[in-house]
Design a protein. Structure first.
Length: 85
């Protein structure tokens, strides 16, 4: 398995956990329990890929993260999704 395959697998696990949770925030500890050793890095990778990730705080403390508005990646500005430009 290549490093890219491993990264994709980790991202798929996190996306699945966030989608399954719906509006409920998923804690970083919960993601670690699902086998994600460094969930903050995977969340960052997903944001770079165009996913909107909301951080949920209570009394200044991070409760967890959840998918924002859409459940898929946002298209890059100036690029056509249909033609990939």
């Amino acid at each position: 398995m290549t490093a890219r395959d491993l990264a994709n697998r980790r991202q798929d696990i996190v996306i699945r956990a966030l989608r399954d949770a719906g509006d409920r925030p998923v804690s970083l500890a919960e993601l670690r329990e699902r086998g994600i050793a460094n969930p903050a890095a995977v969340i960052y990778e997903l944001e770079l890929a165009g996913y909107e990730i909301d951080r949920v705080h209570r009394h200044g403390r991070l409760l967890g993260v959840r998918l924002g508005g859409s459940t898929g990646p946002r298209p890059e500005p100036g690029r056509s999704r249909r033609f990939g430009r």
